[in-house]
Design a protein around this ligand. Sequence first.
Ligand code: GNR
Ligand code: NI
Length: 182
Amino acid sequence: MAKLQILEYPDPRLRTVATPVTEVTDDTRELIKDMFETMYAAPGIGLAATQVNVHQRILVADVSEDQSAPVVLINPEITESEGDAWSDEGCLSVPDVYEKVARAQQIRVRGLGITGEPMDMEAEGLLAVCIQHEMDHLEGKLFVDYLSELKRQRIRKKIEKARKITGSQPEPVPVSRDRSDQ
Ligand code: GNR
Ligand code: NI
């Protein structure tokens, strides 16, 4: 098991459009396990592979309070949407920012499950919002894209400032040192 590093806005890698999974293998399942570990540790209610710099169409979610309702969707597709839901959204890739976003209240989504079996499920409320949020990640889209440029600019500044203080992200680039001149 391994906790993975979550990319943070405005990292350009978050803009990558993920490719479909052609075969669900043990490597896929290992990645999914690590994604759950990363999501639960954060803590978050969903995670898209894009956020851990793997550009495959995989998402995980769990909107329960006690880690009792894990959802895995590989190559997800929304086949029906109904109703409107405006809810406050947050994102592990946009730390400490919460803004209202419009989503469908209820969706029907299909894809593959963790064993590669076809899945067809209905979701509503927070789970529906979460799945739509994760599917946006797989398209290289972030919830801040729905906000005004002014709000986005404020968010970028806030994150950059926080990053300077904590010293986290972006990772320092390792410098290969030429020891012959020492
Ligand atoms: O943990 C998360 N909470 C959340 C709240 C409202 C709407 C969407 C989300 S998803 C987010 C985790 C995350 O960034 N997933 O990509
Ligand atoms: Ni997110």
